[in-house]
Design a protein around this ligand. Structure first.
Ligand code: ATP
Length: 237
């Protein structure tokens, strides 16, 4: 078997004196959708930040596409093809949909996974809203926009932080469909979710973390069968 696209091996990470991640490991194969789930404050966002290089791990390694990127700054990992869509979406409210996308295009320097035209083919709703300002979009449309903006950059691995948060159930389904369709086109996805049902409906494998440590890893069937994990670490079951 070939090496995983992303391999996180035994990382520790801290904010100042407060250690958040402890010996955390996970891997994502090319073409997979993998979820990282856990309760509030478990360290999910911190894990994504440590992978990207916003925060440098104090121990362990992060390997992406065969290269050790543990001590690389975020602009380098982004250039290598990791895109991160944060929880707060960061749509520029005063810029139009078109302008928001062009910013992603500028950053990609022509190496994007999708062109603007391809984005509009795949996200017809964004074409309709093209001239609207970011602030005029619904939560679902904003989520669509930030995913699309990531894809006009070079995206081998798309890391999504709670993309379904605050969205109505019907819109959650739309976002899940979007994740499935971009994965069908070859984009590998690492998904952080509070919504365990959403994570189980879209991801192939799951990592459950608690207090910055791995507590469970398995397929969707395995996690569904693990009542104790669902109850203790995810508050469902
Ligand atoms: P959530 O769903 O609430 O975002 P999470 O699993 O993503 O949860 P993190 O955001 O990674 O959790 O936070 C893990 C821990 O790190 C929490 O205890 C949080 O208070 C702490 N933390 C997060 N950001 C900082 C920061 N910038 N400085 C200090 N502590 C932080």
């Amino acid at each position: 078997m070939s090496d995983p696209l992303l391999s996180v091996d035994g990382i520790d990470a801290a904010y100042g004196q407060s250690q958040i991640l402890r010996d955390l490991s996970l891997s994502v194969e090319r073409g997979e959708v993998v979820s990282l789930v856990g309760r509030n404050g478990a360290g999910k966002t911190t894990t994504l930040r440590a992978i990207l290089g916003i925060l440098t791990p104090s121990a362990g390694t992060v390997t992406f596409d065969g290269d050790d990127v543990t001590h690389r700054p975020d602009y380098e990992t982004v250039a290598r093809g990791i895109q991160y869509v944060p929880e707060d979406r960061q749509v520029f409210p005063d810029l139009s949909v078109d302008e928001n996308l062009r910013l992603g295009e500028l950053k990609s320097k022509g190496a994007g996974t999708l062109t603007m035209e391809e984005v509009f083919e795949r996200f017809p709703r964004l074409r309709e809203r093209r001239a609207n300002k970011g602030s005029q979009l619904s939560g679902g449309e904003q989520q669509m926009l930030v995913i699309a903006r990531a894809l006009v950059g070079k995206t081998d691995l798309l890391m999504l932080d709670e993309p379904t948060e605050g969205l109505a159930p019907q819109i959650v389904e739309d976002v899940i469909e979007i994740i499935e369709s971009i994965n069908d086109e070859g984009v590998t996805v690492l998904l952080v979710e509070q919504n365990v049902q959403a994570a189980m409906s879209v991801a192939d494998r799951h990592y459950v973390i608690n207090k910055g440590q791995n507590v469970f890893e398995g397929t969707t069937d395995e996690i569904r069968a693990a009542d104790d994990v669902l109850e203790e670490h995810l508050g469902v079951g």
